[in-house]
Design a protein around this ligand. Structure first.
Ligand SMILES: [Zn+2]
Length: 403
């Protein structure tokens, strides 16, 4: 057995296709009798065998996000016998998560996602160490957390964290197994700036805020993260095994409606701002600022408690709710005018120019778009309710149901 804390160096584990596994390295942890029984179907595979299973046991994989992608990811990595599975998340389980986040159950609603998933993983495979990072990954902690792992798997759903994970992986010289999902479509790839492209080689800068909707706004087929997360788990396991042909240099595109996989070749961009020949990014930056999360809010934002105060004082404020009818059936604010986002351009004439308009949606992103539309039409007294009706429920009136 290796001494505690001794780790494999997986630095060069993206071999050309067909490179056979090296003989069992004496420093790899040995398999116990229960492990030999449990992993029998792996041990039978010549491409895994005892050597490969011992490599998995020595491996450390970090899963960023315990949601839709993180659920199948963490479950399959733990089931496969990856010795250390780390998970970063800070959210609580909500009822609307359960349509796709299958690691959690109804009994976990309101509990932390990490607490929920940890119990399931330890029950699934008590031989693996589950490490919980209950924190919001940001520029101050990302490199230190990532440094302790061999492979990073990105299961996030927002651009700020995706760029953060990419940059931290490039700077820490780690492979980044990427996946993303929206509506019926998913993507996956393996980024590793030492051997191929990184995410910024594809997309040097994030899109302007509001251009690409997130799953909460645009919807996502519940089974989709199961497909993409399982592909990511496969790639992470292959990286640890050092076998097979990974998605390095390829972007896999999946369309669930047409049931079609396509593939794009990716090349490292010599002008990439972080992994190119003359990189301009040498340290982590402020990713919320980079992605316009703060900028979009700053000037016109109103917090839920501030809106509550204005309404209580009888100020002349009209709340305009731009959500869809099925959302209104779940929760609404008394006195709000309902105008779904898509109808705002046609119905803007119904709105008074003289009153302050507070735009509201589920979490504040669609209402920001409505604000921009109305601003372009000449409205000046506009505010966006930060965090939407979700923030109202959390910060003002818990009787308003969350979803
Ligand atoms: Zn790059």
């Amino acid at each position: 057995m290796p001494p505690p804390g001794a780790r494999l160096n997986f630095d060069l584990l993206v071999p050309p296709r067909g490179v056979p596994l090296k003989a069992v390295d004496a420093t790899l942890p040995e398999l116990t009798l229960p492990e030999l029984r449990r992993y029998g179907r792996h041990l039978t595979l010549p491409e895994v065998g005892e050597a490969g299973q011992r490599r998995l046991k020595a491996g450390r994989v970090l899963v960023v996000g315990a949601g839709g992608l993180g659920s199948p990811l963490a479950l399959y990595l733990a089931a496969a016998g990856v010795g250390t599975v780390g998970i970063v998340d800070f959210d609580a389980v909500e009822e609307s998560n359960l349509q796709r986040q299958i690691a959690h159950g109804s009994s976990a609603i309101g509990r932390s996602k990490l607490g929920s998933i940890a119990g399931r993983l330890r029950d699934l495979n008590p031989h693996v160490e589950v490490v919980l990072h209950e924190t919001y990954l940001d520029r101050t902690n990302a490199r230190a957390i990532i440094r302790a792992y061999d492979v990073i798997v990105d299961g996030t759903d927002n651009f700020a964290t995706r760029y953060l994970v990419n940059d931290a992986c490039v700077l820490e010289r780690k492979p980044n197994v990427y996946g993303s999902i929206l509506r019926f479509e998913g993507q996956a790839s393996v980024f590793d700036a030492r051997h191929g492209p990184c995410y910024r080689c594809l997309f040097p800068e994030p899109p302007p805020p509001g251009v690409v909707p997130n799953c909460a706004e645009a919807g996502v087929l519940g089974v989709l993260p199961g497909v993409i997360g399982s592909i990511q788990a496969t790639e992470a396991i292959k990286l640890l095994l050092g076998t097979g042909d990974t998605l390095l240099g390829r972007l896999l595109l999946y369309d669930a409606l047409e049931m079609r996989f396509r593939e794009m070749r990716l090349r490292k961009d010599p002008k990439c701002p972080i992994c190119g020949d003359a990189p301009t990014i040498r340290e982590l930056v402020d990713y919320e600022e980079l992605c316009g999360v703060k900028r979009a809010d700053a000037a016109t934002a109103i917090s839920a408690p501030e809106l509550a105060g204005r309404l209580a004082r009888g100020e002349d404020v009209l709340v305009v709710d731009v959500r869809e009818p099925h959302e209104l059936a779940i929760s609404s604010l008394a006195g709000a005018l309902h105008m779904p986002l898509a109808t705002v351009p046609q119905r803007a004439h119904e709105l008074p120019l003289s009153r302050m308009l507070v735009l509201m949606c589920h979490r504040g992103s669609r209402s920001q778009k409505a604000l921009e539309m109305l601003s372009a039409l000449g409205f000046t007294q506009l505010r966006n309710l930060s965090g939407g009706i979700d923030a109202w429920s959390r910060e003002v009136d818990p009787k308003v149901p969350r979803y």
